[in-house]
Write a protein that binds this ligand. Structure first.
Ligand code: ADP
Ligand code: MG
Length: 469
């Protein structure tokens, strides 16, 4: 591919592998095996097909999908041009066709030189879990930046973002992205030595090497890699000599322009008992965060996971999970797994009622529930309970029968949504945020004093958090 700087080949590959996940296997093979990436230039990808008939069908059915996916991945508005290509051209080029993924990889000499056996060994030594791939990662607003940075690193290790730190809470995809970087490099640049370790593995190996007087061996092992991926560096807090060792490893690799990527469960500034010189190293390159996915992304993730499991589930159930499991992707996945397993075991579809029963009281129902719940809904539900109108709750009347429901509604709005006190105040007839804070404190202290009152508030909270968006 002699298309210089504007090679969108990697993006093309990624696009096709995504489309593959969404299409029935047969359909994918019918059309995409007969297509091939030919070349690209700025803003344009040229795709070849074996005949005009194939191209016509592909254009009608998939053009839009191809263009949208490519544009989304590259962040550029791309044009896709289609050409009839000879069999030679198609075979020479690195189209997505052929059977497996391997066939779509350009036949560089480096690759051919490495036998299957050798590559299996390299894979084993890398410690990577091969099941994590970019193509199975669902991108949302919460993760787009981290995803794009990871993909850029995978395509050009050591050159752009070095080091890189991906941080975010548990179950948000840190290990998934970190491993995807490694797997992508192993597959596309097998001459590079990739090593994945958790900070815990790093620590244990270091301690062992001291015990067996093989610290030099340990040092060499980590300093001769081209790509070092260390997961969960928060584990290093308070482990001074391991930190010291990592500091030296870091400097060595950094000077040699070797790629390093780390993950952490919080921003570096929030780590405790990490030496300043090490934390300044972590912060040196690009720091990107992963946030919990929003409702739409949660739905997309559920659907993706379902298709990977070749299972099906009603929209109603998916919506129920996506509305209630707001914590992280791991929880989302395990809720789904539970239902799919049940359905497979009994060989029957899960009903909505059964699903709710199986999932039990979801953690989100108790805590910090749906962001999609509007303040108006809260006002309405509380009003219905106390038999007063939304209008009265938002209004100025000060009789006790209205003030108390108003305060409870403000309390609930603050407790179960992510709206700020200012936003809540505005929705409550343009009140000041200090009024909201005052109401919140007032309800809280009444709950401490009065059990019946507490039960009322909790009942309302339960009702509200089971409302679907
Ligand atoms: P972390 O390392 O941040 O705790 P993981 O990478 O282990 O989280 O992710 C937990 C689970 O959720 C994994 O099975 C992973 O594949 C899945 N996962 C996380 N984020 C996504 C995403 N954006 N798209 C698809 N699956 C995801
Ligand atoms: Mg992890």
């Amino acid at each position: 591919m002699s298309d210089g700087q504007h090679s969108y080949y990697e993006f093309w590959k990624e696009t096709v592998s995504r489309i593959r996940q969404t299409l029935p296997e047969q359909e994918y093979h019918t059309w995409f095996n007969r297509l091939s990436y030919l070349r690209s230039e700025k803003g344009k990808v040229v795709v070849g097909g074996a005949s005009q008939f194939i191209l016509d069908t592909v254009i009608t059915r998939y053009r839009e999908l191809l263009v949208n996916t490519l544009s989304e991945l590259t962040g550029e508005e791309l044009v896709v041009q289609f050409e009839v290509a000879s069999r030679d051209e198609l075979e020479q080029q690195s189209g997505p066709g052929k059977e497996a993924k391997e066939a779509s990889v350009p036949k560089s000499e480096a690759k051919q030189a490495i036998s299957a056996q050798k590559s299996a060994k390299i894979r084993a030594e890398s410690n990577l879990n091969s099941s994590y791939e970019f193509s199975s990662f669902v991108i949302g607003d919460n993760s787009a930046f981290a995803y794009n940075a990871s993909l850029a690193i995978a395509k050009n290790p050591g050159s752009s973002y070095n080091p890189c730190l991906i941080y975010g809470g548990v179950g948000l995809g840190k290990t998934h992205l970190l491993s995807s970087i490694g797997n992508h490099i192993l597959e596309n640049t097998p001459e590079l030595k990739v090593m994945y370790v958790t900070a815990e593995m790093f620590t244990n190996e270091f301690i062992e090497s001291i015990g067996s007087q093989r610290t030099q061996h340990f040092k060499n092992k980590f300093r001769k890699v081209d790509v070092l991926l260390i997961d969960d560096i928060h584990f290093l807090q308070g482990k001074d000599s391991t930190q010291e060792e990592l500091f030296h490893t870091f400097n060595n690799l950094y000077d040699a322009k070797k790629q390093m990527v780390f993950t952490c469960d919080r921003p570096i500034s929030e780590l405790k008992n990490i030496t300043d010189r090490l934390s300044s190293r972590f912060e040196r390159g690009l720091n990107v965060d992963l946030q919990p996915p929003n409702y739409e992304t949660r739905m997309a993730i559920l659907k993706k996971k379902l298709s990977q499991k070749s299972a099906s589930m009603s929209e109603e159930i998916l919506n129920y999970i996506a509305t209630n499991v707001v914590t992280n992707v791991r929880d989302l996945e395990s809720s789904l797994t539970k239902l799919v397993a049940y359905s497979e075991l009994l060989d029957q579809e899960v009903s909505f009622e059964k699903a709710k029963e199986l999932l039990g009281v979801l953690p989100a129902l108790a805590a910090n529930a749906s962001q999609t719940l509007s303040i108006d809904t809260i006002i309405k539900v509380v009003g219905q309970y106390f038999n007063i109108s939304s209008f009265e709750i938002k209004g100025k009347k000060k009789n006790k029968s209205i003030v108390q429901p108003r305060q409870i509604a403000m309390y609930l709005a603050r407790d179960i949504t992510d709206f700020s006190t200012t936003e809540i105040g505005t929705e409550f007839g343009g009140r000041d945020h200090t009024t909201v804070m005052h109401s919140y404190d007032r309800v809280e202290s009444m709950m401490k004093a009065d059990e019946a009152f507490t039960n009322t508030v909790l009942k309302l909270k339960r009702d509200l958090t089971t409302i679907k968006s």
